[in-house]
Design a binder for this molecule. Sequence first.
Ligand code: NAP
Length: 298
Amino acid sequence: MSAARLDGAPVAAAIRATVREHVARLSELEVTAGVAVVLATDNESTAWYVRAIEREAGLLGIDCMVHDLGQATTGRIAQRIEELNRNPLVHGIILQTPLPDGVEAADLVGLISPAKDIDGANPLSLGRLSVGLPAFAPATARSVMEILEHYRVPLTGQHVTVVGRSAVVGKPLAQLLLGKDATVTTCHSRSANLASYTRRSAVTIVAVGRAGLLTGRHVTPESVVIDVGTTVDGQGNLIGDVDAASVGSTARALTPVPGGVGSVTTALLMLHTSEAALSGSCVSPAGAREGELMAGQW
Ligand code: NAP
């Protein structure tokens, strides 16, 4: 392996330090930041992720309220989201998928107040990002940006290829990258000759969910590769979209899986929650980061 390893741990640590500053400022205002997680599934990997959010919140002094609605209907989940929108103790709302059969996330995410939409699920948030207005980006997309910034990967004027065009990762990432003056190509399942794009890119970000999609032939010794994908193999191991052996021996830098993008996401959800709490308390967070919401901006 010759590629430099872009670990998520130091990035998450830096984000946690900012969250602790926010929490201290909130405490002076006698405010405790609160995040609500709404779930309606007994899916084991969702349960694992929700426990990770609870742990992260506990570590940082943020209240985490889990609303487990069981096999709820669209109406019941919608009602809970509306209640949480009105609850002043809740600054961030996460609607966890998967949802019960017959319940479409698309019918619900638009109900989350944009000011509390800390995982950028409401289409309004993506729309605002697209036109350069403040909005919370989906945590995974922003995690990628935080990793690139932490490791000082140049983006201005650079060609970046994003593989994957979902509303939660690929599309918001493309917008965030455009906001950093990168020249962005988005590839997807119908894109012909993926390597012709990735080999011409300074940075390649893969968010597909297909193990081993990106191999050594897709990269050059100058490539920086960010692996967002997560798949569980037959032995229960978490693996990414990148063939770590061939890409690792060719590329300049690569994020590991696990230990890369995924290890930053929960810290970022807490950063968004503390930012939302500060905005709601009419205080602009110190060292405001791009995309951050300020009081009265909605
Ligand atoms: P998704 O909604 O299934 O989207 C996958 C995207 O990949 C689609 O745009 C699809 O193209 C594209 N694609 C499929 N096959 C392809 C191929 N052969 N070549 C190029 N593109 C291809 O998935 P997602 O929600 O964006 O998640 C993507 C991956 O990231 C998954 O592995 C997921 O588990 C992981 N993830 C990780 C984190 C984390 O914190 N680390 C968070 C969220 C997601 P079409 O649009 O043409 O179908």
